[in-house]
Design a protein. Structure first.
Length: 231
């Protein structure tokens, strides 16, 4: 640990649980205290890499080979210079939790028009995977007709709207359906998902990262509008 106290500013960050960012990125420590370190937001091909809050990363020191530790992104800032806040080596973090042998597989279901049976197919695929011993979680992100809870005949008092607004955490809105199938319910007000503010987007990604520990497969029911956003 004594090595970590040296003035080694240049580091390399490698995300471990991100499906979007899989490379290693050089950056620089700007400040640090006992609980957290602030680093410059990494860049790749002249584009910033805004690692979401909750991303687990390996940190390596450029000037001291062999000195490394595991950390977690606990904050992002886009004002006054783009930065990431990481847990310090000696702080307690979720980064030390036991991870699965393989990351969750994400499958998106979409269609060119409504009423063609997209949600029914998604549910049947989910239940088939459950019957094979795979833990599945459905995210109902259909902005127009979010009705997976109705199709599964489960009550969902809270939904994605409450998550985006910061009123509930994802553990508080998830409901359990047939065969232990997990559901992140959609609901009214989902139009906000098409135009999120920065803090809402960061929160949404951070909360969705938690699903990695809950499910082997994450199946997303997309609306036509959401499909266009991904194209």
């Amino acid at each position: 640990m004594a090595k970590l106290q040296k003035a080694l500013q240049d580091i390399i960050i490698t995300p471990l649980n991100s499906t979007l960012y899989k490379n290693s990125f050089p950056t620089r420590i700007l400040s640090r205290d006992e609980k957290s370190w602030v680093v410059s937001m990494p860049e790749h091909q002249r584009r910033f890499i805004p690692l979401p809050v909750g991303t687990i990363v390996d940190i390596e020191f450029v000037e001291d080979a062999g000195t490394s530790f595991r950390s977690e992104v606990i904050g992002r800032s886009f004002s006054g210079g783009r930065t990431l806040t990481l847990t310090a080596p000696t702080s307690i973090s979720r980064a030390g939790r036991k991870s699965k042998a393989a990351p969750s597989r994400v499958i998106a279901f979409s269609s060119g028009k409504g009423g063609v049976g997209k949600s029914t197919i998604l549910i049947n695929v989910s239940l088939a995977l459950q019957s094979l011993g795979k833990k599945c979680c459905i995210i109902d992100a259909d902005l127009g007709t979010a009705d997976i809870d109705t199709l599964l005949n489960v009550e969902a008092p809270f939904n994605l709207y409450h998550l985006v607004e910061g009123e509930k955490d994802i553990e508080q809105i998830i409901v359990e359906g047939p065969q232990g199938l997990l559901l992140v319910p959609g609901g009214s007000g989902l139009e906000k998902l098409a135009n999120l503010r920065e803090w809402q987007f960061s929160r949404l990604i951070s909360e969705f990262n938690k699903l990695e520990d809950m499910a082997d497969y994450i199946l997303i029911d997309l609306s036509i509008q959401m499909r266009e956003l991904y194209n």
